[in-house]
Design a protein around this ligand. Structure first.
Ligand code: SIN
Length: 479
């Protein structure tokens, strides 16, 4: 691996800062060993980063969209050229199999490319006036300093999905990556510097105290917007803390995705979709299936084929060849996943495959039959490789079960009947619906949820709207 991409401290105003309150360790989840020791910037470093981003805002926002796009394009190319190194860093710090990490580099870079182009199309309007001597013009302006608070499960793509539209629109950014995965974020900052971003436009603050760093960002008058990906619990805290400054928020929060297989589904395709949408990143994504809802007439066939396919998975260190299920991020995640399985067992769930942790780092891909609505995963997000299977008898029951959650991020279903497809897609209370498809994430489509899954959209033409504000100009006395 190219050690030029490894950094151990925050990046503020175009420099690697020595300021720190001590240090914290980054752990390789595949073996529990210390991967790196990183300087903990604490709250003070967040304050410095905000000052730096604020100072850089005027010149950056006044530059042309074309100029900003050219620097974003450079960043995109440098990231793609560093795919192998970035993917290795990601697998080391978050555990996902190398193939998935390489996929994430391409996925993450795609947002930079997309928004470099989209930034040139932030159009306003000219509105027919109400009087002959008036002219009415609407322009879109960058919102200001943006804080991006990002999770460990996509250490690269969740940064670029927020930061690329912000930068393209003319905002400057303070990135606070998860304390589990700071190394990818710091490598991205280095590549951003090489790409030509001016000092202060991109700042990365690393530290272990997520809550105090988040508090500084949400209470600051100089931060105009927060974009956060993480749990619904933390999203609510950020919203509450941000209320005193009436900050705009984009929140990409938890999910409880249903995956419905109707009796007319192509079962082989449904199993294929189930594998990718359940076990991507060892089940640790917010769009991973949480509940399989299977029609009683195809329950047996689906379950048997699903078990056969999942039995083929290789569990292990993501750097090893052929591994498709890596470690869980930490002990807490293992404990929580174990609790879901134990709770289901106590309530009559049948363990059809897997069911336990291995070496306190991994969790066996697990399939649970006879799932019922009193089991904890019926309402809570699993975030692990556990697949509970529920049975249903009618379309109405399937929709009712699917929507019976506070969440509304992603839902999936399989059917070969076009009418059923339309009706079901319309009836699902979710921001994203996969129809005969288990992998729906792409830079060209709006990612985001309904209900407790958050607000705002990322990616697509909609993704840049979260980073601009609308100004109406009324020209009077035009003679
Ligand atoms: C997430 O889990 O937060 C993002 C998943 C995705 O982009 O597909």
């Amino acid at each position: 691996m190219n050690s030029d991409l490894l950094f151990d401290r925050s990046y503020i105003n175009g420099a690697w800062t020595n300021h720190g309150l001590g240090s914290f360790e980054v752990i390789n989840p595949a073996n529990g060993k210390v991967l790196a020791t990183v300087l903990d910037g604490g709250k003070e470093i967040v304050e410095q980063a905000i000052v730096s981003a604020n100072a850089a805002f005027k010149p950056w926002s006044s530059s042309t969209a074309k100029h900003r796009a050219s620097i974003l394009e450079n960043w995109n190319s440098l990231i793609l050229k560093s795919t192998d190194d970035l993917a290795t860093i990601m697998t080391l710090e978050c555990g996902k199999p190398l193939k998935e990490s390489k996929g994430e580099v391409a996925y993450g870079a795609s947002f930079i490319k997309w928004f470099a182009e989209e930034g040139k199309r932030v159009y306003g309007d000219v509105i027919p006036p109400t009087a002959e001597d008036k002219r009415i013009v609407v322009v879109k302006e960058p919102i200001g300093v943006v804080a991006a608070i990002t999770p460990w499960n996509f250490p690269l793509a969740m940064i670029t999905r927020k930061v690329a539209p912000a930068l393209a629109a003319g905002c400057t950014v303070v990135i606070r990556p998860s304390e589990e995965t700071p190394l990818t974020a710091l490598a991205l900052a280095h590549l951003a510097e090489l790409a030509g971003f001016p000092k202060g436009v991109i700042n990365v603050v690393v530290g272990k105290d997520a809550s105090s760093m988040g508090k500084v960002l949400s209470k600051s008058k100089e931060v105009n917007k927060i974009s956060f990906t993480g749990s619904t619990r933390v999203g609510k805290i950020l919203m509450e803390q941000s209320s005193s400054t009436l900050k705009k928020l984009s929140l990409e929060l938890g999910g409880n995705a249903p995956f419905i297989v109707f009796e007319d589904a192509n079962i082989d395709k449904a199993v294929e979709g189930a594998l990718v949408s359940k076990f991507r990143n060892s089940g640790q994504t917010c769009v991973c299936v949480n509940r399989f809802l299977i029609h009683k007439n195809v329950y047996k066939e689906f379950t048997q084929k699903f078990i056969a396919a999942v039995s083929e998975f290789k569990i292990g260190n993501g750097l090893e060849d052929g591994v498709n299920v890596g470690p869980m991020i930490n002990n807490k995640a293992i404990r929580k996943t174990t609790e879901f399985v134990e709770d289901a067992k106590e309530k009559g769930g049948e363990i059809l495959l897997g069911g336990k942790a291995i070496d306190n780092c991994f969790f066996e891909p697990t399939i649970i039959g006879n799932a019922s609505k009193d089991m904890n995963f019926a309402q809570e997000e699993i975030f692990g490789p556990v697949a509970p299977i529920f049975k249903f008898s009618s379309d109405e029951e399937a929709i009712q079960m699917a929507n019976d959650t506070i969440y509304g991020l992603a839902a999936y279903f399989y059917s070969e009947n076009i009418n059923r497809c339309w009706k079901t897609a319309e009836a699902l209370a979710y921001g994203m619906v996969g129809i005969n498809e288990g992998l729906i994430s792409t830079e060209v489509a709006p990612f985001g949820g309904f209900k407790y899954s958050g607000q705002g959209r990322e990616g697509s033409k909609y993704g840049i709207e979260d980073y601009v504000q609308t100004k109406y100009m009324c020209f009077g006395n035009v003679n």
